[in-house]
Design a protein around this ligand. Structure first.
Ligand SMILES: [Zn+2]
Length: 127
């Protein structure tokens, strides 16, 4: 089997995971498994399948690099309670300060429900 484009470890992961010998069908099978979350670092189905191999196979099938996706999320923290945002929260913008600078706050769902939404009672201001 010719896997010149893959490292030995990634190549053997493909061989062990796929039930077909067809190169293109293997790519599709790997892409579907990654997209569904079936194939991910630490999976028991493939021995020695870690983040590095996962990243390599994502690139091989044309999926976005998983480490780049995570970096944009990992830094988001609620500006009220300082807890890390693991799901999309609220965004609050100030009016332009000094005529141009706008401040932005990330707010988790809990702080939104318990603090911010109470200050913005939209129904009370409806005409
Ligand atoms: Zn919060």
């Amino acid at each position: 089997m010719n896997f010149n484009e893959l490292s030995a470890r990634a190549g053997s992961a493909v061989v062990n995971f796929c039930d077909t010998l067809d190169h293109d069908k293997r790519k599709i099978q790997i892409a579907k498994a990654i997209a569904s979350g079936e194939l991910k670092p630490g999976t028991r189905r493939i021995r020695n399948y870690g983040p590095k191999t996962h990243k390599e196979l994502c690139a091989w099938v044309g999926l976005p690099c998983p480490t780049k996706i995570r970096k944009t999320w990992i830094v988001l923290v609620c500006d009220i309670c300082q807890s890390q945002l693991n799901e999309p929260g609220a965004l609050v913008f100030s009016p332009p300060m000094d005529g141009r600078n706008v401040q932005k706050w990330h707010i988790c769902r809990v702080c939104w429900e318990t603090k911010v939404s109470r200050m913005i009672d939209l129904k009370a201001h409806a005409a």
